[in-house]
Each structure stands twice: as C-alpha cells, then as structure tokens.
Design a protein around this ligand. Structure first.
Ligand SMILES: *Cc1c(COP(=O)(O)O)cnc(C)c1O
Length: 408
C-alpha cells in the first residue's frame, strides 16, 4: 500500500457496528488500576495515555514503512556495498514517543544520551534553541561540545571520542545538506549515537532511522501537523535499539518524559492525529509550490541567491536526492539588504510575515531580525503553503519589483 493511502486511513477504528470512525481524545489523569498495577496498560497519564498511543503508532508507521524509508535502506546498502544482496536491506520496526513540543523532544535525546564528560558534536548552524539548550545547560553540567557546519567535512572530522552526533538536514535557514548514511556510519565507528533533527523534511520525506541514525527527532509543530495551532514533538527509535551499555533507547526516553513531566495534553495529541491524515497531501502541494517558487526566484534579477536542495543547481542536491523523497516547503533567498527585504514584506499580500514553517498558509520572514543565526541581512526564509502557486508567484513578483524600485 502507498504512503498516501496508509496514512489517510491510519486513524480509522475497526469496523464495528455503532462505533465512531475515529476515537476522540481520552481525558484522564489516573486510570482504573485494581490489583497489580503492572498489569494495567494505563495507570497515570504522565506516563502514558491512549490518545498518545494512537498518535505514536501512526508516527512510528511513517518512520519505518514510508517510501522514504525504502529509499533510505537502499542508500545505506549502496554505501555498505550490499546493494546487490536482497537480504541486506532489512525492513525494521520503529517506536515513537510524543512530547509537548519539539524542544521537549530535543531535551529528551540530550538527557537520555549524555552524561558528564561525554562529548557531543552539533552543527554550528543547528536550530538555535537546541544549540542554546546545549551550551546554557548541558555544557554547564559537564558535557563537552564540538561545533562544525552542516555542509563540508567538519562534522565527520569532529567525531573522535564523541558520544552523540546531532544532525539537522536540510539545515535552517540556509538549507545546507549533509549525508545521514555516511555520517551515521562514521559516528558508529567512533562509538557515537546519531540523532537527526528531521523537522524540515518530516519522516515522510526522509527517513533517518533507515539511513542508519539512532534517533529521529521532529518538531511536529511544523509540517507534520501543519496548521499552525499546535506545539508538539516526537522522537522515534528502532525497536530494540540499545546504547553502548545495553540500555534500551526507548526506555530511557520514556523514563525521561515521565520524570520531567512536561507532557502533551490529550487534546493536542488528538488534533495532531487528525492533522496527520493530510500530511501526504500537504507535503505534495507545499513541496511542489516550493520548487516552482525557487525556480521562479532563480531567474530574477532582484534575487542574489536561492537556497533549495530540490533544485538541481543547489550544492546540496546530489546528497539530498539520495536520501529525500520530497524536498519540503522551506526555501531561502537573499535580497540586496535589510531595507529591500523589509520593503518586500510591506508589498506582499499573500505572504504572512511570521516565524515557523510548514503551515497550510504561506509564511516567510527576514531571518536576521531575530539575531539568532549568522545570516545575511537580506535573507528571507520562506515556507510555501498550499495556495495556488500562480497566485503566490504573481504576488512575489510584484513585491520584488516594488521593493527593488523603492531602493533604487
Ligand atoms: C521549531 C523547531 C524545533 C523546536 O520545536 P518546537 O516545537 O518549537 O519546540 C526544533 N528543530 C527545528 C529544526 C525546528 O524548526
């Protein structure tokens, strides 16, 4: 069965007369637990909740059974020289845990994987809050940090003695790409676990677990749920995966979530489940729109540079095409300077000026206004929505012309 069919139908209940087609959210703190509590599937909702369970099953299915996972297994087999051996690319099962936000998922991986004295390797251009959490807290508690850019060989060269390699590809906001399969293999040789922040691509577009990573980490706030009304995150691991001490990765993450306790409410979990059904549709449309817009911008004299790994001319395209099924809704482009970029927003009618990405409606922002990332003053990070591409392009064109004319 294709991804689109399976995901659209993933939250349907078994056909029992009189039952609703979909479960509603389960609101509960304690659950009935007579006798031995170990026998009860649910006891207290800080640990588990039936609505989480349903959402986690739907997410885990995307993580391990999508067309992206098949592509990832093939890419890994090519790297290992076993592509001719049909038994080499074994399908695998994934398990997912949902969190109250993407950052709660990031924190869980740091917390589960790292102990004082351990070395973590992070991209210097990783998501700003992940870098800050590492430097302001984990480094203060004895973790040693090495930073290197996503593009190039810096991450691979920083692996000696490391315990955790963190990747984010495509990175944000410059859409740099790194080779998950090759870096995972190098990290495992060095004794490190590998986590991939897969927020931009989603597991439907790119499968870190199939490519060899140990943790797939996603802010489902973005494209996964895609309506700009939820904060949510998840971590997925392969079933049975263990760390160097033989401890289950899933059990460690699960314990971290229960003990830190900043958990997802059932209403949010249910909304996420409802949103996931349209993920294949939204991905197809937003990815196609992003590609058309990137191609349009590439031909414009007002635009200094366009960054989108889906374009053949992009430096990340060769690697991206080996590990990604779709290239996602996010692209960046550079206008002449801050004034022109601000004027661009003043003239657009369909492009909502806001942070975040992956929503149903097109949004964009001048990234340097936050001061978080070392990017050029005129860089605009753009998230293509589901509107008609022609309307978006007409709007962008008139805003480019007017903002350039105003600056002249
Ligand atoms: C948004 C984002 C996060 C954090 O997710 P929240 O849901 O906002 O906590 C982490 N990584 C990337 C790449 C993101 O874009």
């Amino acid at each position: 069965m294709r991804d689109a069919t399976r995901i659209v139908r993933s939250s349907l209940t078994p056909a029992k007369a009189g039952d609703p087609l979909h479960h509603g959210p389960v609101f509960a703190a304690p659950f009935h637990t007579p006798g031995d509590p170990a026998e009860a599937p649910y006891s207290y909702a800080r640990s588990h909740n039936p609505t989480w369970t349903e959402l986690e099953a739907a997410i885990a299915a995307i993580e391990c059974s999508s067309e992206a996972a098949a592509l990832g297994l093939r890419a890994r087999a090519v790297l290992d020289g076993t592509a001719e051996d049909p038994a080499a690319a074994q399908p695998f099962q994934a398990k997912a845990l949902v969190f109250a936000s993407g950052m709660a998922a990031v924190a869980a991986v740091f917390g589960a994987a790292l102990r004082p004295g351990d070395i973590a390797v992070l991209p210097a251009d990783a998501y700003f809050a992940a870098r800050t959490l590492m430097t302001e807290y984990f480094v203060q508690m004895g973790i040693k940090l090495r930073l290197a850019p996503t593009a190039g060989d810096g991450l691979a060269e920083a692996l000696e003695g490391a315990k955790l390699l963190w990747l984010e590809t495509p990175s944000n906001p410059t859409l740099d790409v790194c080779d998950i399969a090759a870096l995972s293999r190098a990290a495992h040789k060095a004794g490190a676990l590998v986590a991939v922040d897969n927020t931009t691509a989603t597991p439907l577009g790119q499968s870190p677990l199939a490519l060899g990573a140990d943790f797939s980490v996603v802010s489902d706030t973005k494209l996964m749920t895609g309506h700009g009304d939820l904060l949510i995150g998840h971590v997925a691991v392969c079933e049975g995966a263990v760390d160097s001490n033989g401890a289950s990765l899933y059990a460690k993450l699960d314990q971290w979530r229960t003990l830190t306790g900043g958990v997802l409410g059932p209403m949010e979990a249910w909304l996420a489940l409802r949103s996931l059904g349209t993920l294949p549709l939204r991905m197809e449309r937003t990815g196609a729109n992003a590609m058309k817009i990137a191609e349009f911008l590439t031909g414009r004299p007002e635009v200094m540079q366009v960054m989108y790994p889906g374009m053949k001319s992009d430096p990340g395209h060769a690697i991206a095409s080996r590990q990604m099924i779709g290239y996602g809704p996010v692209l960046s482009f550079v206008l002449k300077n801050r004034k022109v970029a601000e004027s661009f927003f003043a003239h657009t009618k369909l492009i909502t000026e806001a942070t975040s990405f992956g929503g149903l409606t097109t949004s964009a922002e001048r990234r340097a206004r936050w001061g978080h990332d070392e990017v050029r003053a005129g860089l605009i990070r753009f998230s293509a929505g589901c509107e008609a591409a022609e309307d978006l392009i007409e709007d962008i064109e008139q805003a480019l012309v007017k903002s350039a004319a105003g600056a002249a």
